[in-house]
Design a protein around this ligand. Structure first.
Ligand code: NAD
Length: 326
């Protein structure tokens, strides 16, 4: 029997590259697509892809979702499941002139992919379409932990574009019966975390014994989710029963203040961090906490990596990279 083929968009990114490697272990053939967008260095993404490129069941296409012949790719490779991870991430840079790539890479790219699926000769070829949504759609949520039925009210332009993309997915599901599931990820961390993300910046500063800039008083909370748990959730989403809800929070199971996270990191590094508190950044939400009972019930999702262990793994990954360069 031939292996099922999965399309992973954003396969060279932080989450997409982990997901790709896990899919090989689950016996999938993977079609990876990525445009190497300019948000961060291409060489980092090439390194993310290195292991996948050695795999015999991997085909990589460098292309932008907005211009690629997606319909042709889906047909030729007989793709049966789609994990749509490609996007323009990052909350703070989404204001001002830099908003355009958010519209292009989150909204227009998602619409192009949905259209490609709708226009397949046989739409039922696609058994699941999993969309990487974000907890940023909630903004400053009124209830904590926040459930999926809370009114999404993003407080950053990034969150607005992720919510628009999620709505497009739901609209295509309703209009054309596409089997879409949206996973709202809560702050993902672990090896290969993007260089613009907080944990990566904190750990880099610790390794270089530089001061760490903290936006706000450090008492803001985040639900931190280890990347392997995000990958698990994507696979579990393939088995969501018919008629179940289409949107799921995916969190790490607990939340912590930034100050507590920094203390844990200092313990792992064996040096107390030097902290430099600056004004809160526009678009940053105050608290984040996921109610994951729906994912537990329908996906049988359970976070498996606790915060200290996850931070240690990311710390060791970054430390090894710094030393390998010296
Ligand atoms: N990392 C997090 O904490 C987090 C939290 C919530 C949601 N998400 C979502 O998860 C997804 C993956 O995030 P990540 O942290 O791995 O980001 P990432 O930037 O590392 O990966 C995204 C990849 O998508 C590619 N890409 C962007 N636009 C494209 C296009 N038009 N066509 C083809 N490829 C394109 C980029 O080159 C990049 O490699 C994103 O959609 C993001 O919004 C991430």
């Amino acid at each position: 029997m031939s292996q099922p083929t999965a399309l992973v968009t954003g396969a060279a990114g932080f989450i997409g590259s982990h997901l790709t490697e896990r899919l090989f272990r689950e016996n999938y053939t993977v079609l990876g697509l990525d445009s190497f967008s300019d948000y961060y260095a291409r060489e980092i993404k090439e390194r993310n892809l290195r292991a996948a490129l050695e795999h015999s069941r991997f085909t990589f296409v460098e292309a932008d979702l907005r211009s690629a012949d997606l319909n042709g790719l889906l047909t030729r490779h007989n793709v049966s499941v789609i994990f749509h991870q490609a996007g323009q991430a990052g909350v703070r840079p989404s204001w001002g002139r830099d908003f355009q790539p958010y519209v292009e890479r989150n909204i227009l790219a998602t619409q192009a992919l949905l259209e490609a699926v709708v226009n397949l000769p046989d739409r039922s070829q696609i058994q699941k379409f999993v969309f990487a949504s974000s907890s940023s759609v909630y903004g400053d949520a009124e209830t904590l932990p926040t459930g999926e039925d809370a009114l999404p009210r993003p407080i950053s332009p990034y969150g607005v574009t992720k919510l628009a993309a999620e709505h497009l997915c739901m609209l295509y599901a309703k209009q054309y019966g596409l089997p879409v599931i949206a996973l709202r990820y809560f702050s993902v961390y672990g090896p290969r975390q993007r260089p613009d993300m907080a944990m990566n910046i904190f750990i880099s500063a610790l390794l270089r014994q530089n001061p760490i800039r903290v936006f706000g008083d450090g008492e803001q909370t985040r639900e931190m989710t280890y990347v392997d748990d995000i990958v698990n959730a994507n696979l579990l989403a393939l088995d969501v029963p018919d008629g179940a809800p289409r949107v799921y929070n995916i969190g790490g199971g607990s939340r912590a203040t930034l100050n507590a996270i920094l203390e844990t990191l200092g313990g792992i590094a064996g040096t107390p961090p030097r902290l430099d508190y600056v004004e809160r950044a526009a678009g940053d939400h105050r608290h984040g906490a996921a109610d994951i009972s729906r994912a537990r019930r329908d996906l049988r999702y359970e976070p498996t990596v606790g915060l200290e262990e996850g931070l240690r793994r990311q710390y060791e990954w970054q430390r090894d990279m710094v030393y390998s360069k010296e």
